[in-house]
Ligand binder design. Structure first.
Ligand code: KIV
Ligand code: ZN
Length: 394
């Protein structure tokens, strides 16, 4: 079991990465065994606490991947997902057997719409399955997570009855997914708080948040849930996942790190590995990372506006709230374009190895501005030509 060692100031949040399970459920993101092993190794080295390796009952290949990840993983808990059936749970237990620390995560829908249309079950049947599935999982491991799928659209009385049943049956983590990304931060926090207040023995388990991004609020909702008492966050690299994706690991981890003044928590993640992790997942899935993606997008530490470039050259903190090195990004880049100013232009010319007088620089800068009005991308070669031409005039 993972130990929680809160410091005087802050509490640890366990990072549960589901890139290989919920992330792989993104249409078009299917990964080979070899690719999954590479990502799992990277996650383990990055000190993710729990790797959700897959859904063993889904297929032979899925079983083989979870089994192989369980075998290779050194530190992280390796988790497999299973539906509310004895067969799924037993298959999952087999798959995670080689793991040093293995977890079974089992789920069933608790919302009226899912119970009526998907499960075609009454509340009492679902409640019985919660007890049976958690008890069965506990025969295999003492680390069992239970999720009430579509928790955010569930009736609170029924959800609390199911959570209580799961705890009494032996669940050690209770996960409350916002399966369809429907919640808002205040509402999600209220649900997480309500569950802890109302369910007897809730202090004996760890609450977990699992948010989808359909309204673009997955990260905010996750942080709100943490504020309300959850101590595990489920997320994916680059935020990949079903439909609009899951909460993004890199955004949650860096929000906690950068804003520890208002988010008094810590994670064990080696943040310098975030850029590399993002690149690997993007390459493997062939899903490009949007340029302006927080933390890992290629523009996350790029500046084009002259006023910003000037500020950055004087003190990077004027326009950067974290160091690029802290997430493993190469360095701050000053992008040369029509918004750029003299200072950045002079710095660029210097970086390219030119020594020039003020007059030469001024001439080259005027030419640069004229070119930048016509061209979207100004390359280093463009700058070289402009400065060389200005020098030749001397
Ligand atoms: O979003 C969700 O509800 C899930 C569960 C299976 C945990 O991914
Ligand atoms: Zn999910």
């Amino acid at each position: 079991m993972i130990s929680l060692t809160p410091t005087a100031k802050s509490e640890r949040i366990l990072v549960f990465d589901t890139t290989l399970r919920d992330g792989e459920q993104s249409p078009g993101a299917t990964m080979t065994l070899e690719e999954k092993l590479r990502i799992a190794e990277m996650l383990d080295n990055m000190r993710v606490d729990v790797i959700e390796a897959g859904y063993p009952a889904a297929s032979k290949a899925e079983y083989a991947a979870v089994h192989a990840i369980a075998k290779q993983t050194k530190d992280a808990v390796v988790c497999g997902l299973s539906r509310a059936t004895r067969e799924d749970i037993d298959r999952c237990a087999e798959a995670i057997k080689p793991a040093k620390h293995g977890r079974i995560s089992t789920f069933i829908s608790t919302s009226p719409i899912h119970m009526k249309w998907k499960l075609q079950m009454e509340e009492e049947q679902v409640h019985e399955l919660v007890v049976a599935q958690v008890k069965r999982a506990r025969t295999h491991t003492d680390d069992v997570e239970w999720s009430g799928e579509d928790a955010t659209r569930s009736d609170h009385d029924f959800l609390c009855r199911c959570i209580e049943a799961a705890i009494n049956a032996g669940a050690t983590t209770i996960n409350l997914p916002d399966t369809v990304g429907y919640s808002t931060p205040e509402e999600y926090a209220a649900m997480v708080r309500m569950a802890q207040e109302r369910v007897p023995n809730s202090h004996k388990v760890r609450f977990s948040v699992h948010c989808h991004n359909d309204l673009g609020m997955a990260v905010s909702n996750s942080l709100a849930g943490i504020h309300a008492g959850a101590r595990q966050v489920e997320c994916t690299i680059n935020g990949i996942g079903e439909r609009a994706g899951n909460a993004s690991l890199e955004e949650i981890v860096m929000a906690i790190k950068v804003r520890d003044d208002v988010l008094p928590y810590w994670t064990n993640i080696e943040t310098q590995m975030l850029a590399r992790a993002s690149k690997l997942v993007s390459e493997v899935t062939s899903f490009p990372v949007q340029y302006n993606k927080a933390i890992v997008g290629r523009n996350a530490f790029a500046h084009e506006a002259g006023i910003h470039q000037d500020g950055i050259l004087k003190n990077a903190q004027t326009y950067e709230i974290m160091k690029p090195e802290s997430v493993g990004a190469e360095h701050t880049s000053l992008v040369m374009g029509k918004h750029s100013g003299r200072h950045a232009f002079a710095r660029k010319a210097q970086e390219l190895g030119y020594r020039h007088s003020e007059a030469t620089l001024e001439h080259a800068f005027v030419q640069f501005k004229a070119l930048a009005d016509q061209k979207k991308h100004i390359s280093d070669d463009d700058i070289r030509s402009l400065v060389a031409a200005a020098l030749a005039r001397q």
